[in-house]
Each structure stands twice: as C-alpha cells, then as structure tokens.
Design a protein around this ligand. Structure first.
Ligand SMILES: NC(=O)c1ccc[n+]([C@@H]2O[C@H](COP(=O)([O-])OP(=O)(O)OC[C@H]3O[C@@H](n4cnc5c(N)ncnc54)[C@H](OP(=O)(O)O)[C@@H]3O)[C@@H](O)[C@H]2O)c1
Length: 415
C-alpha cells in the first residue's frame, strides 16, 4: 500500500536530542539511493540540523508537522513508507501519529518506554493497522530491542535443536554505562505521575501481561512481579538487583510470545535483573544500587525534590555529551531452561551509550529494515513488537552494524 511513496524513511522529531542522532546515523549509514526526509515543527531548525549533518543529508527534504495538527500528521504519513518518530513523551504527543500511519498503511517505529501509551495504541489501532497492512512498532531502542530479539534468538536456537519450549528465562544486565536525556526523564515522569494519580493506571502498568493481545488467554504462572530489591539468585549463583527498564521490556517480550501464538511456550516465565556477580562485596553493591534507584524515583515523584533535581538533571533537548556517548556500552546475558531440560545462553552487547549511541543505531536500522527488507519480514501487521515485526532480519542488520546478538546451548550456566 505504501510502495508509491515519495520517501522511504522520515525521521520525525529530528530537532530533538535522539532525533538528531538517528538522523546522523542514517546520513552516515543508509545505502545510497534511500530517500530520507527530516520532519519537525520548525522548518528553520530542521534546515539548521540538515546543514550540520551535511554530506548525504544535504539534499534531504524537510517536512513540517506538529502533533497538535492532525492534517499535518496525515500528510506526513502519506509522504513515506516508514516514519521513525522520536517525538516524546509519546503518551502526550504520540497517539495521533499512530492513527495517521495505521490509517494509510505506513510503517512506524518509535522509542517509547511508556506502557500506558502502548496499551492505548494497541486497543485503538491494532485492528486498523492490521486492516491496512501497517506495521506499528513501538520500543525500537535499547528499550526493548535487546530483550525482545535476545529472547527470540533463544527460541530459535532451542527450536532448531528440538529442545522444547522456553521456561524460566532471566535477562541479566552484566555491565552498563551511559547517560540520560531530558526527553527520557520527561517521559518517565509523565507515566509515574499518571500512576500516582490513578489506581487503574498503576494496576495496568504493574500487570506482567499489560501489553497482551488477549489478557484472558494468558497462562497463570503465579507471581511475576519485577524485582524491587537486591537478592541472591540461587539458580544463577549471583547477586541481582532491579533493572530499571524491566517494567517495560518484560511486557514487550510477553506480548511477542502471545503474538507468536505462545511459540516460546505456555510456561515461559521471564524476568529482567541487574547482575552484581558473586564476590564478597556483591550483596552490598546490589543493595546500594537498588536503594539509589529507589531514592532517585522517590525524589522525582514529589514536586519540591523534583524541582531541586531539575536544576542538575538534563532538560528536554539535552542529553549525554559526545564523549559520554562514545564511552558508553552495555553487556547483557539471557539465561533460559527449556522443557526438555536444556540450557541456553544469549548474549547481547554493543559499544556506545545504550540509550543514545546504541539506540540511534537500533532505531535507524529498524527504519531501514521496515523500508528495505519488506520481502524478508514476518507476514504480520498491526501494533507489533520488534521481534514480531522484524525478527531475525533486524538481528542480522544489527549484527552487521557491529552489535553482538548470539544464542547458544550451554552445558552449565555461565558464572
Ligand atoms: N527506548 C529507548 O531506548 C529510548 C532512548 C532514548 C530516548 N527515548 C525516548 O525518546 C523520546 C525523545 O527523547 P529526547 O531526549 O530526544 O527528547 P527531546 O530532546 O525533548 O526531543 C523531543 C522532540 O519532540 C518534538 N516535539 C515535541 N512536541 C512536539 C509536537 N507537538 N509536534 C511535533 N514535534 C514535537 C520536539 O520538537 P521541538 O524541537 O520543536 O521542540 C523534539 O524534536 C522520549 O520519549 C524518550 O523517552 C527512548
């Protein structure tokens, strides 16, 4: 339906912190001949960004659109095969663009980490997008591509060995270094405010199956709440603490399982944690990091302390420096056991600040994957996840871009 479009990919939000990084990634890495445009509210600021990018970007068209103007979003959706949007907070700004893309069969990729926004998008536009053939793909950055593709690769590895379904599966963040942008903080605070104001919103966000296509059909596997404090994980032999993005990533991975008709397994239990190893100091480190994260969340929850923190934390449009982005990295392991008693280990790693440098690679490659690899994508439309929309085709792209994504059978759990 979108084959006759003027452009292949449009980056919407190109004047924002992450939007500029995504545009820069595409300027440096999109194959010659791919037709790319930059979109945002101000033509003048878009022109400044384009001039700074230079090179291949010099001739990219500029498109003016505002989320408050649905006609401009309809024109944007009709102009391209894929819209990659970094306009956030998505809960506040995002739904009208999902509607515009779903209505005319335009593929869409974003960086949202907001469960309430995604639930609304699913409820209102999954059927519309399935009807027009649009792939609406949320969370195409560090949240939640490593989790979602990592588990998909484990599923494929176990299936290739005829090793049964995935059962207890734990993602462990073993190393992570990076910064945060004002846009990410604003998006997180928006959802926390809503959860504090509404018991219904809180219940939804806390539901492990918050993003399920059919909540009533999900298996009852007992408690699956996200880890809140430090503890010893006897099955892994290490100390673990909470991972801040678990509340989003686990819901995305469970949605992928359900959209795959529970191909990972009906007894697939999934959690995400930060790993601290097994040294004598590991329990102290795990407890200190868990307490620090709680203190920051509490500080951001109340207006007086939020105002105080606001004087030191980045504002919208600001984020980690070039040096911080280059020095960042992440290393993730995913451990799983199958119904046939086999163990597998997934590894997902990349150099570069996870939320910004690595994320701009992930969103840029997702947009190229949707625009250029259509013949190799799963035959599926609607409000999807990275794994269900792009699957191993995206994994191959990220590997070619220098990210590590592997899944292997192991005889014993790695330390
Ligand atoms: N999933 C991940 O791993 C990940 C990583 C990083 C960021 N993120 C998410 O990405 C989003 C963007 O973050 P950021 O740091 O880049 O934020 P930002 O710097 O504040 O950028 C926000 C962008 O949205 C645009 N915008 C705001 N209101 C608009 C409207 N009404 N119409 C059109 N455009 C509008 C802004 O345009 P103006 O310049 O005109 O104001 C700007 O381009 C956040 O939601 C963040 O949580 C996710």
């Amino acid at each position: 339906m979108s084959g006759d479009r003027e452009l292949d990919v449009v980056v919407f939000g190109a004047t924002g912190f992450v939007g500029q990084l995504v545009a820069g990634y595409l300027a440096d890495h999109a194959p010659p001949g791919v037709r790319i445009g930059l979109a945002g509210r101000s033509e003048r600021r878009l022109a400044d960004i384009r001039a700074r990018l230079g090179g291949a970007a010099s001739s990219w068209p500029l498109l003016v659109a505002d989320c408050a103007d649905v006609r401009s979003l309809a024109a944007l959706a009709r102009a391209a095969r894929v819209i990659a949007t970094t306009v956030g907070p998505y809960r506040r700004q995002g739904l009208a663009l999902v509607e515009a893309c779903a209505s005319v069969g335009t593929d869409y990729a974003d960086l949202t980490g907001e469960v309430l926004f995604m639930r609304d998008s699913i409820d209102r536009y999954h059927g519309v997008a399935a009807g027009t053939g649009a792939r609406i793909v949320h969370s195409c950055g560090f949240d939640s591509i490593p989790s979602d593709l990592g588990v998909l690769l484990l599923h494929h590895a176990a299936r290739a060995d005829d090793a049964g379904d995935l059962e207890d599966t734990t993602l462990v963040v073993t190393a992570l270094r990076g910064g945060i942008s004002g846009g990410t903080l604003a998006s997180g605070m928006g959802q926390w405010d809503e959860m504090r104001a509404s018991a219904q919103a809180r219940r939804l966000v806390e539901d492990p199956y918050a993003l399920s296509p059919d909540r009533g059909a999900e298996p009852d596997l007992g408690g699956q709440s996200d880890l809140q404090w430090a503890r010893h994980a006897a099955d892994l032999g290490i100390w673990v603490g909470p991972f801040i993005m678990a509340g989003l990533n686990t819901r995305v991975v469970r949605r992928s399982n359900a959209l795959h008709n529970w191909a990972y397994g009906r007894r697939f239990r999934y959690r995400e944690v930060t790993g601290f190893g097994s040294s004598l100091t590991a329990p102290v480190q795990a407890a200190a990091v868990a307490a620090g994260a709680k203190a920051l969340m509490t500080g951001l929850a109340f207006p007086p302390s939020r105002a105080l923190l606001g004087t030191v934390l980045p504002r919208p449009g600001q984020g980690p420096s070039d040096k911080t982005r280059r020095a960042g990295y992440f290393r993730i392991q995913i451990h799983t056991r199958t119904s046939a008693g086999m163990r597998y280990l997934g590894k997902i790693e990349a150099q570069g600040d996870p939320g910004y440098a690595a994320t701009s690679v992930m969103l840029g490659e997702s947009a190229l994957c949707l625009a250029l690899d259509r013949d190799r994508l799963p035959d599926r439309a609607g409000v999807l996840t990275p794994a269900t929309a792009m699957g191993t085709t995206l994994a191959e792209r990220l590997q070619a871009a220098g990210h590590t994504l592997t899944a292997q059978r192991i005889t014993r759990l790695a330390p």
